[in-house]
Design a protein around this ligand. Structure first.
Ligand code: 5U1
Length: 696
């Protein structure tokens, strides 16, 4: 296209002229964010749409084209932070077939055949089909088999020297076998696997740093990282797919595929999905095959690439405006799209986790129509500052749930309120609690919250808790969905008729479930406590709580300070226990379960705060009239005391009955306090009076 200075004749008055100017400004701005700031403002699909709109206007009005129009520059811009590299062989871009259906392959094949002057009777052409990786194109220059330079594509003619950073990428060979051409430039893509991307973003979140919008952006940001030590921590990957300058005559290949095989032999990673394909039919089949694989790939792709395999035919076909005629990218539906946020709802998961979810105007992204996107938690929602009415970029790649990755602040409606997490659970109105050090809010409703009911019932019924045989997933689903069981005690109110009326529930099975429920009523305190599903209270903690406090009532009455004295219970667990029992409906559930006949043997407290004799050592000597020696020992131990056989300086008390002998003498000698039977009984009655309700 010929470039003219902007013409004022007729142009400026035309709204299309103004629109083209506005598009140029917008595309410049988007280019800057993408290439310089590594922080795209709009999805590629939106950029491409605006770009094509500008191209269409400029095609109609060639005299309006400005030299600096984004349409006149293909690719990125070189950054000043890195030394410029003049590519020995320009790094071309690739023509894109935007039709995401089979016609993309047919169009390409037809075009190539036409340009080669082939008739329909001629044999089908051989192609190489490859994945189009969503990463950053790179040129690796080897001299005498050693990596000497790695450069980004830049504008295709001049890129950036990123050798330092690329050296840290394990998949990029630093040295090649000796028999490679003395100058060998290998081209390919630096990319991030999806799992590495998720892990990197998690690390960024943990550090309170900005997260990356997508793996390509993270890869580009890492390659352009000014500190190679940071780049080294980024788990970048590499695939080779092409060549730049190569000393001629050392390695003779007649096809692109042969070159790829050679690159593989020399130690470069070449994607295993690269394939030979004959004619348009096999290219279309490849496109369909990869579309089916796309979600399960370890990395993002935005399409596939078809290349004429014969190097002689490639040469014959040549280039047009920096794009080879022998290759094309055949796209898939975009994995990022723009849409608007219609509402922000807070959903409650099976474990009580509250998740803010953006309700979106339906948008086709990553091959499916998306109407919901997670905002993860309060911090994420704040960091992204998503508000109702916002225009947002939504991403859906692989099996990952759709995500709002960025907001377009320019499109925000004035006065839209900042999103805040609710203080009450939206399902059951219990307190929504965010514990210190936790990212998530959780509903404290536990057993009471409908959203958590199924999970709560399954947890309660499991073998390690109440051990209710036969109460599995399917049955619980039915009981909850049909609202037969709304709270745990409803389980013990089930009758044969109600159970037998459920799907796939024969009378015999119903009877078995009822027997299992009946049997489960006789349990232990640790099992019951664990079964309640108090957050952070696992089996071991439940056992320890029961041991320390002896009874459920004592645990329910314990202050956070008292709870903190239990081994292995820290502030988070103590607070979680307190929050659970502070909810009136949780106490009500417990009361009803007891009323239904759930019971356990209650023990005694050995908790230091509740046991004034904890840590005290007693010696019993002589004969007590009211109690046997064993009964006295049991009472003392129940109150936390230790009963030993001999008197020493460490003995706190000697209880002396009738005919006490040498132990009493020793106590007097050492000045150990001595209680006679009356004094001992007074002590025991004092202890009984001091015990809180429920302990014995
Ligand atoms: N697999 C692959 N991706 N890709 C991207 N091959 C490939 N070739 C490209 C580009 C831009 O360009 C050449 C056809 C010049």
């Amino acid at each position: 296209m010929t470039i003219h200075p902007p013409s004022s004749a007729g142009g400026p008055k035309d709204p299309a002229f103004e629109h083209a100017q506005a598009l140029r400004r917008l595309l410049h701005q988007y280019n800057h964010s993408y290439y310089v700031l590594d922080s795209p403002q709009v999805p590629d699909a939106e950029y491409d749409r605006l770009f094509r709109e500008l191209q269409a206007i400029e095609a109609l009005h060639p005299d309006w084209v400005t030299p600096d129009s984004p349409t006149q520059r293909v690719g990125g811009v070189a950054l000043s932070a890195f030394a410029p590299v003049h590519h020995a062989v320009p790094m071309l871009s690739i023509r894109t077939e935007t039709d995401t259906d089979a016609s993309g392959a047919e169009n390409f094949d037809a075009r190539v055949r036409r340009e080669l002057g082939l008739s329909p009777q001629d044999l089908p052409l051989e192609y190489v089909a490859e994945l189009k990786f969503d990463g950053l194109a790179i040129n690796l220059r080897y001299e005498q088999a050693v990596l000497v330079l790695a450069a980004t594509r830049g504008d295709g003619a001049v890129g950036e020297d990123v050798t330092q950073n690329i050296r840290t990428v394990g998949q990029v060979p630093l040295r090649l076998p000796e028999d490679v051409p003395p100058v060998l430039e290998v081209r390919g893509e630096i990319y991030l696997r999806r799992d590495d991307f998720e892990a990197l973003n998690q690390r960024q979140r943990d550090k309170g740093d900005k997260t990356f919008v997508n793996p390509r952006n993270a890869a580009a940001g890492s390659v352009r990282q000014l500190d190679p030590a940071i780049a080294a921590q980024r788990p970048l990957s590499f695939y080779a797919y092409g060549l730049g300058e190569v000393t001629p005559g050392v390695f003779a290949a007649s096809s692109h595929y042969e070159w790829l095989q050679a690159l593989k032999r020399w130690g470069f990673p070449v994607c295993e999905h690269t394939s030979l394909a004959l004619g348009a039919a096999e290219l279309s089949a490849y496109h369909r095959h990869i579309a089916n694989l796309r979600d399960s790939l370890a990395f993002d792709i935005d399409g596939v690439v078809y290349k004429v395999n014969s190097l002689a035919l490639q040469q014959q076909l040549g280039f047009v405006t920096r794009e080879p005629r022998w290759a094309v990218a055949h796209k898939y539906p975009a994995q990022e799209m723009l849409t608007t946020v219609q509402a922000i709802e807070v959903q409650v998961g099976r474990t009580g986790k509250l998740t803010p979810v953006a309700k979106l105007a339906p948008v086709f992204v990553g091959g499916v129509t998306v109407t919901n996107a997670t905002l993860h938690n309060e911090d994420e929602a704040r960091r992204k500052d998503v508000r109702v009415g916002d225009t947002v970029i939504v991403r859906r790649a692989g099996d990952v749930i759709p995500e709002v990755v960025a907001v377009l602040p320019d499109k925000r409606q004035p006065g839209s309120p900042i999103f805040t997490m609710p203080s009450l659970c939206p399902v059951c109105a219990s307190l929504a609690v965010r514990e210190p050090g936790e990212a998530d809010h959780r509903c404290s409703g536990g057993l009471f919250c409908a959203a958590q009911r199924k999970q709560a019932i399954l947890h309660f019924a499991q073998r390690r808790a109440m051990d209710i045989e036969g109460l599995g997933d399917k049955l619980v689903d039915q009981l909850v969905d049909q609202e037969v069981v709304k709270v745990l005690p409803d389980l013990y109110r089930l009758g044969l008729t109600a159970l037998a009326a459920l799907d796939r529930m024969a009378e015999k099975s119903a009877q078995n479930v009822l027997s299992a429920l009946e049997k489960s009523k006789s349990t232990t305190l640790p099992r019951f406590l664990f079964g309640l599903g108090i957050r952070h209270v696992g089996e071991a903690t439940a056992r320890e709580l029961a041991r320390q406090f002896g009874s459920l009532d004592a645990i329910m009455a314990a202050s956070p300070e008292q709870l903190l004295q239990v081994p292995d219970i820290g502030p988070v667990v103590a607070q979680s226990i307190r929050t659970f029992f502070d909810q009136a409906h949780n106490r009500e559930v417990i009361e009803q379960l007891r009323a239904c006949g759930v019971h356990w043997p209650e023990g005694v407290s050995i908790h230091p705060v509740l046991s004034p004799l904890a840590g005290k050592t007693f010696v019993l000597t002589g004969t007590l009239t009211a109690l046997s020696r064993d009964q006295a020992k049991l009472k003392l131990e129940s109150a936390g005391a230790k009963v030993v056989g001999s008197v020493s300086k460490k003995t706190d008390y000697v209880v002396a009955g009738q005919e006490a002998g040498s132990k009493l003498d020793k106590a007097r000698e050492l000045g150990v306090p001595v209680l006679d039977e009356a004094g001992f009984e007074a002590l025991l009655s004092q202890l009984a009076a001091d015990q809180p309700a429920g302990t014995t």
